[in-house]
Write a protein that binds this ligand. Sequence first.
Ligand code: FNR
Length: 350
Amino acid sequence: MSYLNTLFHSVDLGANLTLKNRIVMAPLTRSMADDDLVPTEAMAAYYGRRADAGLIISEATLISQDGQGYPNTPGLYTQAQIDGWKNVTQRVHQNGGKIFAQIWHTGRVSHSIYHNGELPMAPSAVPIVGHGHVPRTENLEYETPRVITVDEIKRVQNQFAIAAKNAIEAGFDGIEIHGANSYLIDEFLHWDTNRREDEYGGTVENMARFLLEIIDQIKAVIPEGKIGLRLSPQAYINLEHDERDKEVFDYLLPLLNQYGLAYVHTGMFSDTPYEHLGGTVTQYIRKHYRGTVIASGGYSAETGATAIEKGDADLIAIGRPFIANPDYVEKVKQEKNLVEYNNEMLGELI
Ligand code: FNR
């Protein structure tokens, strides 16, 4: 029973934000926004049903049309989208929950079908290899992206800040910068995708610059302590691992201690040990980052509680089980059996 005691404790995230338990709903793309990428009433009901999590992190949400890579993913760059999210955040708050918006640009994990025939942008012109076809298309392959210019870098960074401000206007309790899973920010942090020779590539300091400037810009427009960050030091999806990547994160993670973030969150599907990292990705983050850490990747309530008890993390994010079980938290509390997740569940918001 002790693992329940571990999980059902309130946690102070700082900035007047207290979570009622240590269970976080992981960000989960559902592709259910309407055709203007506005969150729907069904999405408000879906998030509202999960408000007994200590914190909900929204599905990845676009900072601009340029950032889109999947169908019907919501945005935070038009007034209609902000209003749609207001409905979601109100529902979560009415039900006693807290919710952060995960803000996102897909970088090269996109396709010209989303950009009027123009190629998607990425740090360098390096295509995704061997990934199969673009989601929800019959046979479109990923293309070789075009190199983002320094002017465009500045524009995208500004769009991250505007989206963060819009998130606060929409009633979110904070934002999570999607710096994980091989999307645009993560592409700057890995050697395979970042082959630049300007001030945004070539050295660990330069590779971290794109992200750190985004954090600075967001800090200038939203209240202190409302910024979380998701990172994937270990490349695992849409990205080739390079042994040198660790040097980038050895540099970045200790620096983040100065940024007053709400938390750093592991982006992994399975948080297993890696020899070169000296443990799991979460343990590796913990070693370098002194603030609040959220673990994720294949955890159950019980194994998550163990990670917390061992001191590896402060909070545990749960993804797929939350899709299958809207009442996940209640079931854990009452030690009831969970419905097992399968991919067919992605067709419907329950
Ligand atoms: C994800 N994941 C994910 N991650 C993220 O940072 N933003 C996102 O929008 C999504 N979307 C998403 C959709 C679906 C259908 C799945 C299955 C996963 C990753 C997710 O947050 C989590 O890290 C993984 O699912 C691993 O945790 P679980 O599912 O093992 O608890």
